[in-house]
Ligand binder design. Structure first.
Ligand code: ADP
Ligand code: GN1
Ligand code: MG
Length: 367
């Protein structure tokens, strides 16, 4: 999208310091619209303005309260010098509200822009993977003593595979975009794995897996790196909710281990970078190893298989519904994404025992 014409009016609602000189679109996310607001006054912060996709996020007040609670908690754990740079900082409206709803019904919020950082859609080296594991591990250990029940389930059933499979079935039966008949192979692939993919849910239902506060969108590009290549903080906290640790581990691996892009059209080039997996797991265990229960350790590999599966289910569902959820660049984009996730899952399944052993090695266990 281009720069919305009412940006100046929107920004005027927020208690920002200085004056905005320049507005630039940033990021490659599939859901929100994000803008960098440069300050005319170099002694004042730059800002990050976001239009929240309220078709996806139906409970914007709950979502913003979740972000406030989580970031305030993290700030109590950070060294004083990192309080501003180690997590997001919300800029409130003049009356203290956390977001603004404009005349067209759009929801907006502002964070401090964290300067001199960059994010990556694809990684190039093991140092980045290690840093990614460390920063997501730290995120989870800093939140381990905050009660998950304090957070709203802002998207109910977000990583609940049964819920997602019900959505897929409904989309198949409704066949709104007239595309269902061409998807027999993909639907069969998904159906064959239904039971095994429910293992995390089963452990949760049996009270063997604890609810945690999870990020739920641990894509690699949601990490900000500093100029030395060190991970500085985790962003994109819209989906912070109660969940299982394996979800976050699996979603991060989904984007880290893949030799190709999430939407790679040539599936023959999709393969695994096992060295990056090892580096991520190393960083993750260094930061979060101490909080993991033995069953959580067992669940991590289940998450590695589950998250690409869930993502394939979600892309296919959206494809059959006529592309109403994820931003697309062309009509077949969601199908292309789903096929790429299916291919990634095939590779993960082929290498499952190797990956499991790597996790157990860091956990100090034998397979
Ligand atoms: P989306 O939901 O669209 O993925 P994000 O919240 O992840 O939106 O923001 C998009 C991109 O903007 C991120 O990948 C990151 O590069 C950058 N970004 C996000 N928050 C900040 C911030 N507070 N400071 C600087 N850059 C940020
Ligand atoms: C969306 O906004 P973005 O691009 O970080 C989606 C994630 C998916 C991801 C797939 C709220 O994340 O769940 O894993 O696309 N976010 C939401 O790339 O649905
Ligand atoms: Mg993002």
């Amino acid at each position: 999208m281009s720069i919305p014409p009412n940006i100046a009016q929107v920004v005027a609602e927020f208690a920002i310091l200085g004056e905005i000189a320049n507005v630039q679109k940033v990021g490659s996310g599939h859901i929100n619209d994000t803008f960098h607001l440069q300050n005319t006054d170099a002694s004042q912060p730059d800002y990050l303005l976001q239009r929240i996709n309220h078709q996806v996020f139906r409970n914007v007040p709950g979502l913003m309260q979740n972000i406030l609670r989580v970031t305030e908690h993290i700030k109590t754990k950070l060294p004083a010098a990192e309080v501003e740079t180690g997590t997001l900082t919300i800029v409130k409206l003049h009356d203290g509200t956390l977001f603004h709803k404009d005349h067209d019904g759009n929801y907006w919020r502002i964070f401090h822009f964290i300067k001199d950082t960059q994010s990556f859609d694809l990684l190039t080296n093991t140092q980045q993977a290690y840093e990614g594991g460390k920063v997501f591990g730290q995120f989870q250990s800093m939140l381990a003593d905050l009660d998950p029940e304090l957070l709203a389930h802002t998207i109910p059933g977000f990583n609940d595979v049964k819920y997602r499979l019900d959505d897929l079935e409904e989309a198949f039966n409704n066949n709104l975009a007239g595309r269902a008949a061409d998807l027999k192979d993909e639907i069969r692939f998904i159906a064959e794995r239904e039971d095994v993919m429910c293992e995390i849910l089963k452990l949760g239902d049996e009270d063997k897996l604890p609810w945690r506060i999870t990020h739920n969108d641990t894509k690699f590009n949601n990490i900000l790196f500093d100029h030395k290549g060190l991970a500085q903080c985790v962003v994109d906290l819209d989906t912070v909710m109660p969940g299982y640790l394996a979800y976050d581990f699996g979603d991060a691996i989904r984007t880290i281990i893949n030799t190709a892009a999430e939407d790679e059209v040539d599936i023959s080039i999709i393969d695994l970078k096992i060295n990056l997996f090892t580096a991520y797991a190393k960083g993750y265990f260094a930061a979060a190893g101490g909080i993991l229960t033995p069953v959580e350790v067992d669940s991590l590999m289940m998450g590695v298989l589950l998250l690409p599966y869930l993502q394939a289910v979600r892309f296919l569902t959206d494809y059959m519904n006529g592309d109403i959820y994820f931003k697309i660049q062309h009509p077949e984009h969601n199908l292309q994404r789903a096929r790429a996730q299916i291919q990634l899952l095939k590779k993960l399944e082929e290498n499952q025992h190797t990956l499991q052993q790597i996790i157990f090695d860091f956990a100090g266990r034998r397979a």
